[in-house]
Design a protein. Structure first.
Length: 413
């Protein structure tokens, strides 16, 4: 067999939706984008949703909207994709990295210890689709000694009166928290529609707003739409409606809008996500757990607890007692069997650019510990039962072979 890691879900309904855009002769931002935004509001129970061309764009827009810039700090986990920190740097602010818990999510106590008067936002990352411990983060943020440290700068910060909580929900579309969409646990949840995500638009993202009263979400939505289109007060679709050509530039905006051609792919998928695509992912994840449960080398990923349920975006297999060398050997064995696996993620302090900024992996021991033994297995709706069984057999044989033949090295050396 030849099993890829995460191909996009493209069926006839997706093709039909894209063809509808092509036949309409309207392929940039227009009605399909608006329809996808409406679907996102319904799926996430959010107050407004703004589609953009990537998760990174969405994060930059929100940080800029909140007035974050030079001299400010934004707390992020060390264990995440680089975009979580790069969006902060692109705004001129400083990312402050903290370690994670054993479930891969950001450690609320590490956040508390890192808050200073310069802290303006926290970006909590829902790794593998598991929501962060938002109750603990919210409780920490509400503590008087934390709120007293907040020094607002600008009208949005004055109005909120505290640190902004952003969910990096790139992995967690459809995740639940207390029986509700996880997106409502943060002020802002930003989703990714990249090609490997549960719902894709090829490239793309979506900002979902859940700010407290008295923020006007309609007003913020309208601002973000023009902010993502060069500060222009009319998009191309509006201008195309006869005699409506005149426009104005109201602010120094960005070019980050999503085109209809991309939105069409996501629109076809999201309509069947909750009742079809997401349950298929869950079935595969539970099959993996059941198959590996009898092996003492298996660390079961947290997929559901008393208040959280993941979106089953990744299946982060962890092998007890191994380091990077053995983990890589197992992946190589899987490749020989035609199974493509991955690793999520290389902690940012291990990457050259972040090392050049002074970050060191030794300061984030749990991030390293989880990374060193993690293997992300294929998990997507179009995986057939025979392929899932083949992956299970391949993992078991590859792990058993590696554990028998490879001496386990000190993971920090």
């Amino acid at each position: 067999m030849n099993i890829p890691f995460s191909p996009p879900f493209i069926d006839q309904l997706v093709i039909d939706e894209v063809m509808d855009s092509l036949k309409s002769n309207w392929i940039t931002s227009g009605p399909k984008v608006k329809a996808l935004e409406t679907e996102m509001v319904q799926l996430t129970d959010s107050k407004a949703a703004v589609c953009v061309n990537s998760w990174t764009s969405g994060a930059m827009l929100m940080l800029k909207w909140f007035g974050i810039g030079e001299g400010d700090e934004v707390i992020v986990p060390a264990y995440t994709y680089c975009a979580t920190a790069l969006c902060v740097l692109h705004c001129g602010a400083t990312p402050v990295m903290v370690d994670i818990l054993d479930d891969f999510t950001i450690d609320p106590e590490k956040i508390r210890a890192s808050i200073t008067p310069r802290t303006k936002a926290i970006i909590a990352v829902d790794i593998a689709g598991l929501p962060c411990r938002y109750h603990d983060i919210q409780k920490m943020m509400a503590a008087p000694e934390v709120r007293e440290k907040f020094v607002p700068r600008g009208p949005e910060q004055e109005q909120l009166g505290r640190i902004l909580l952003i969910a990096d929900a790139a992995h967690s579309i459809g995740a639940q928290y207390d029986g509700m969409p996880a997106a409502v646990q943060s002020d802002v949840a930003i989703f990714s529609f990249h090609a490997v995500k549960n719902i894709t638009t090829g490239e793309g993202g979506c900002i979902c707003l859940n700010l407290p009263y008295p923020f006007d979400h309609t007003q913020i939505y309208q601002f973000l739409k023009l902010f993502s289109l060069n500060g222009q007060n009319k998009d191309a679709f509006s201008k195309s409606q006869g005699g409506n050509w005149r426009y104005d530039i109201l602010c120094k905006g960005y070019k980050m809008n999503m085109p209809d051609l991309c939105a069409a792919v996501g629109l076809a998928q999201i309509k069947r996500y909750k009742n079809f695509l997401l349950p298929l992912r869950k079935i595969i994840a539970l099959k993996y757990c059941a198959a590996f449960a009898g092996y003492d080398w298996f660390t079961e990923p947290l997929l559901k607890d008393e208040c959280r349920e993941a979106s089953y975006h990744l299946f982060p297999l962890r092998i007890k007692g191994i380091g990077e060398t053995e983990r890589d050997m197992i992946i190589d064995e899987l490749v020989t069997l035609g199974i493509t696996a991955n690793v999520h993620f290389i902690p940012m302090p291990m990457l050259s650019y972040f090392k050049s900024l002074g970050f060191a992996i030794g300061d984030y021991p749990n991030s390293y510990a989880q990374y060193a033994c993690e293997i992300s297995l294929p998990i997507y709706p179009q995986l057939r039962t025979a392929e899932v069984e083949y992956i299970i057999e391949g993992v078991i044989s590859s792990v058993q072979k590696t554990l028998k033949t490879a001496p386990v090295a000190d993971p920090l050396n």
